[in-house]
Design a protein around this ligand. Structure first.
Ligand code: SF4
Length: 327
């Protein structure tokens, strides 16, 4: 994606999705069990527009469910609610998330006509065995075909992935990342698999058939994925689930690598690797680490972890325009 967008998020939990992936209980994950009415969507957009600076690019994003599983007239009710903002220029686009097997020519023509500029597909894994064991109900070929169609319609493509699904390995997650790049995604999200009450995965966890990743494993996998995507020019829009009240309080969360500051942990680990590389390169520990503004918290580390681990290192803030650092 070329420019940074501020997103106005509209959550449509479990909206018409006829599937039940082994890990999914959308009522819990989205933290909002009721569907919003059109009036509520309009009120929410108006509320956000008051707080987002006018010079920011803005998109309305339909998250949470599988948008194109809805009948076309219902999709259009939501999309039409946004049209006045698009026409007036206060919002520049619409983005949505959906399943790869609910994309076809007709659906895309309608979405394109209504101003949808980014479609994120829940790919989750690009290994057929993991997809089957996760109850996804689609194949790798479905993701590849949908990705091609979306790009052919001139719509930006996002491919979301999960780590730690049944049968997943670190090598397999890197393979998924490679395929996400190969399929032409401009952005991605990386979600560690959590065990949430009321899911098939919760039963498998209780029966000892599924063991979630530890927090350390999840951070380590995500760190390498993040670095890979950065190198490939794919924007990582999110790492880790949004910490909803339910997840924070752990009421429905049985197990899995959840942390309220998951992204910070991942970027701390990424910077730690970079510092280790610089120390090895310079052959001494009293190094000066140049850090682009906005990334100092990650470089110093969550809970100052990197500052404590490398007490002789000096962290110096630099302007993004002056120094380009590949972390
Ligand atoms: S496709 Fe999405 S909404 Fe449907 S069951 Fe799977 S994760 Fe949940």
């Amino acid at each position: 994606m070329s420019a940074a967008y501020r997103v106005i998020p509209v959550f449509l939990p479990m909206l018409a999705c006829p599937h039940r992936c082994v890990y999914c209980n959308q009522y819990v994950i989205s933290g909002q069990p009721k569907l919003p009415s059109i009036e509520e969507v309009i009120a929410l957009v108006n509320r956000y527009l008051k707080t987002i600076p006018t010079d920011c690019h803005k998109r309305v994003a339909f998250f949470g469910g599988s948008f194109t599983c809805l009948p076309e007239q219902v999709q259009n009710r939501y999309l039409d609610a946004v049209q006045p903002y698009l026409e007036g220029g206060s919002v520049e686009g619409i983005q949505l998330s959906t399943r790869p097997d609910y994309i076809d020519e007709k659906i895309l023509q309608n979405l394109k006509r209504k101003g949808v500029s980014l479609i994120e597909l829940g790919a989750q894994s690009l290994d057929d065995d993991i997809l089957r064991r996760s109850g996804r109900g689609h194949t790798v070929a479905d993701v590849e075909n949908a990705s091609k169609l979306i790009r052919q319609h001139g719509i930006d493509l996002g491919l979301q992935m999960m780590i730690g699904l049944p049968g997943d390995t670190k090598g397999m997650s890197l393979h998924t990342a490679g395929q996400i790049v190969a399929f032409g995604a401009s952005c991605t999200r990386i979600y560690p698999t959590l065990v949430v009450d009321g899911t098939a995965l919760a039963d498998d966890y209780r029966n000892g058939k599924y063991i979630p990743l530890s927090l350390e494993e999840a951070v380590d996998w995500c760190k390498d994925l993040y670095r890979y995507f950065q190198t490939a020019g794919v924007t990582v829009l999110r790492v880790g689930l949004h910490p909803t009240k339910d997840l924070r309080e752990g009421e429905h969360l049985l197990a899995g690598p959840f942390h309220v500051s998951f992204k910070e942990l991942v970027l701390t680990a990424l910077w730690r690797d970079r510092i280790v590389e610089q120390i090895a390169r310079e052959g001494r520990e009293d190094i000066t680490i140049t850090v682009p503004s906005g990334e100092m918290n990650y470089a110093v580390g969550y809970g100052s972890a990197n500052r404590k681990a490398f007490p002789k290192a000096v962290f110096v803030k630099t302007c993004r325009r002056c120094v380009s650092i590949n972390i």
